[in-house]
Design a protein around this ligand. Structure first.
Ligand SMILES: [Mg+2]
Length: 257
């Protein structure tokens, strides 16, 4: 494997803490000079926010090593021939990332609605977005996850908000994070490595593993997040390898060298 894509929630971290083996694996990747990216669908934080959170967990990340579904959404919208003015349903940190990208946020007369993982969600935000959606504005979501793993258990994420908007407005969104091609192409483009030589590690079958399988990457499922071994039965998303934690990925990757 010439490069690794590491999921964050449930793979590298659980809540604020590094999961067992995460620090050692990242230290080994650095020592071996193997490029990697942290690839997260969690858009409650920007790249800078994730950098601080990973640093607080003792992981010493560089901003260039982080690629979020927010970055993939920004890349997709900013490279359109005429980028739309955006009504963003998202955290203050995600707003900062959109503002820094040069995309225009406009809550009065927007041309598109973008939904992120808004952990600062209020009824007023739901109301405003629903009214814009009822006018027929194009609708984008940063990622499809129904829940986000936390130490206390899974909590509502963008997929759950999308169900709410669908019930309220009949509208469904175009999704841009994992498992969509926008995310994996953005990540591999940054690493400069072909899909066949890259390995994606994650805890969710429908995002991490589906993205790897669709994109032609090697896939490693870790059971330290939202997926239990029993969930593999009957799933169409088949990982190439299954490990209890990222510690197992490390042992496997070391043997490959
Ligand atoms: Mg995860």
């Amino acid at each position: 494997m010439k490069a690794f894509l590491l999921d964050i929630d449930g793979t590298t971290l659980l809540g604020p803490e590094a999961l067992p083996g995460a620090k050692a694996f990242v230290a080994w990747l650095r020592a071996e000079g193997i490029p990697f990216l942290w690839l997260t669908n969690n858009t409650s934080l920007s790249k800078g926010g994730w950098q601080r959170r990973l640093a607080a967990a003792g992981l010493d990340p560089r901003a260039a090593e982080i690629y979020t579904a927010g970055d993939a959404t920004i890349d997709y919208l900013a490279t359109r021939e005429r980028p739309p003015r955006i009504h963003l349903v998202g955290t203050q940190d995600l707003r900062r990332a959109f503002n820094a990208s040069g995309l225009v946020l406009d809550d009065r007369d927007p041309e598109a609605v973008v939904l992120g993982y808004d952990t600062e969600l209020t009824y007023e935000k739901l109301r405003e977005a629903a009214l814009f959606l009822q006018k027929g504005l194009p609708f984008f979501a940063t990622h499809p996850d129904d829940t986000c793993p936390t130490p206390e258990g899974p909590v509502p994420d963008v997929g759950a908000f999308l169900a709410l908007f669908e019930r309220a407005t009949g509208r469904t969104a175009r999704v841009l994070g994992k498992p969509e091609a926008t995310m994996v192409e953005g990540a591999l483009g940054r690493l400069g490595v072909p899909a066949s030589e890259a390995c994606a590690i994650g805890d969710r079958l429908a995002t991490d593993i589906r993205m790897a399988n669709r994109g032609g990457l090697t896939s490693c499922l870790v059971l330290s997040g939202v997926t239990a071994e029993a969930d593999l039965e009957g799933s169409d998303d088949r990982p190439d390898h299954v490990f209890a934690t990222i510690e197992g990925v490390h042992a496997w990757a070391r043997e490959l060298r």
